[in-house]
Write a protein that binds this ligand. Structure first.
Ligand code: SAH
Ligand code: SF4
Ligand code: F3S
Length: 436
């Protein structure tokens, strides 16, 4: 390893948007330390910001470490951050000796000291969950793109029986109102037009009796901020005020990611989801009464222990009943330390594969149908970045669909007519161009 403090860094984030946010904050911290961002092939420090949610994601880290350690030009300092770091801690350098530093998701504000330790050959492992928030120790924000993430809530107290998040991220904690508003201001001053409020259970956010809808209302009053989103929500924390916000606050985008996970009450109970299918569907009805055009997204797990073909059919039924704009689906992955990992009646891999294919076929069909339904409509698109072709731009519709545009300025909110739709994206033209 390099015998001095690294001068450049590269951060690779896996997993959820909260990890992407953490990656951005680590970058700001390292820049404040005088380091600069560089490509993975040359950076003197490579941070793997990992995800532990499913086995495949967690195992990928080790193959990545091996590859980075052997890269041309010499091995950089290698840091493992994120949820694998939290879950496996000191086990990581034992298994992969190339790793110099391990830092958990609640401790990464201490990266500079850990780097110094690693350079000095001292142990550099920190998976504490300190009571003093890392947020207070991090440098201020700057926006890099028109759409920014802002973590407002962390952790989870729900303990779904399949899930590692309560162990890797700790208990539910809400950041204080003032800190969030300040961070949002800094992001908007830096050019952000859209902010997505993040939390493992973002709709559980609260501060002295104020809920997420109050926060959204306050942010909506901020000049320069044109769009607000939030993710991920839990059905049990979907307060009346938040539903009403979808009716009353135009800057709150018509999109809701509200995972139901499965369509069988028996399986939901075994998952410890604490909602049933009927209560979930009623909730969706209430949200749709408040905001009829809302795009509903979700997460599904197939092959949870004990899932029968009839249980799986119930999942397909609930998907049909909801009608998703998009949704994620996963094969159940047994995770160390979770109750479901030791449940009997684990579903064979080939059965899971086949169920996942059927579910994904249905979800893709629904997504395509949702996209096609926007053809001919005019909507606002926030232009987020350049596309692959010369002159092409990529933006997002209010319903979080990707929209390809023939030009426009990154950061602008433009009126667009949707003229084409594939399963994954829309094609839009700006009306003045269409008329020309
Ligand atoms: N807090 C959010 C999402 C957390 S993780 C929520 O409760 O909805 C994102 C998704 O990963 C989950 O919604 C779930 O569908 C999936 N997931 C979590 N643990 C899993 C496991 N052990 N195997 C497969 N998928 C899992
Ligand atoms: Fe995991 Fe359940 Fe918490 Fe979501 S609500 S993070 S799935 S334990
Ligand atoms: Fe993965 Fe941790 Fe997010 S396990 S999904 S990175 S909270």
């Amino acid at each position: 390893m390099i015998p001095h403090k690294p001068t450049s860094f590269h951060i690779k984030s896996f997993g959820c948007q909260m990890n992407v946010y953490d990656g951005a904050r680590m970058a700001e911290l390292l820049e404040a330390e005088g380091m600069h961002a560089a490509d993975a092939g040359v950076a003197e420090l490579v941070v793997l910001n990992t995800c532990h949610i499913r086995e495949k994601a967690a195992e990928k880290v080790y193959s990545d470490i091996g590859r980075i350690a052997k890269r041309d030009g010499g091995k950089p300092m290698i840091a493992v951050a994120g949820c694998v770091a939290q879950a496996e801690g000191a086990e990581i350098p034992r298994r992969a000796r190339a790793v110099d530093l391990v830092v958990g998701p609640q401790a990464y504000h201490r990266l500079p000291a850990l780097i110094a330790n690693a350079v000095a050959g001292r142990q550099a492992i920190d998976t504490d969950m300190p009571t003093v928030s890392k947020f207070d120790a991090l440098p201020g924000r700057r926006a890099g793109s028109p759409n920014a993430f802002l973590t407002v809530q962390e952790g989870c107290d729900k303990f779904c029986t399949y899930c590692v998040v309560p162990y890797t991220r700790g208990a539910e904690v809400s950041r204080p109102w003032g800190a969030i508003v300040d961070e949002a201001k800094a992001l908007v001053d830096g050019g952000a037009r859209e902010i997505t409020l993040l939390g493992q259970n973002v709709n559980a956010w609260e501060d002295q009796g104020r809920g997420l809808h109050d926060l959204i209302e306050a942010l909506a009053a901020m000049p320069g901020l044109v769009r607000i989103r939030y993710t991920t929500s839990h059905p049990n924390d979907m307060a009346d005020g938040l539903i009403a916000a979808h009716r009353d606050i135009p800057k709150l985008m018509p999109f809701l990611h509200l995972p139901v996970q499965a369509g069988s009450d028996r399986i939901l109970k075994a998952m410890n989801r604490s909602h049933d299918v009927t209560s979930y569907l009623k909730l969706i009805d209430r949200v749709r009464s408040a905001r009829p055009d809302i795009a509903v997204s979700g997460d599904y797990i197939v092959g949870f222990p004990g899932e029968s073909e009839a249980d799986f059919q119930a999942t397909l039924d609930v998907v049909r009943a909801i009608g998703h704009a998009q949704a994620f689906s996963f094969k159940y992955s047994p995770r160390p330390g979770t109750p479901a990992a030791t449940m009997g009646d684990q579903v064979p891999a080939e059965v899971m594969d086949e169920r996942l294919q059927r579910l994904q076929a249905l979800l893709t069909e629904q997504q395509h149908a949702f996209n096609r339904a926007t053809i001919g409509r005019t909507c606002e698109v926030l232009i987020e970045r350049d596309g692959k072709q010369p002159g092409q731009r990529l933006g997002k519709s209010p319903w979080l669909q990707s929209v390809l545009l023939d030009g426009g300025v990154v950061g602008d909110l433009v009126e667009v007519e949707v003229v084409g739709a594939g399963p994954l994206s829309l094609v839009g033209v700006r009306p003045e161009r269409a008329a020309a």
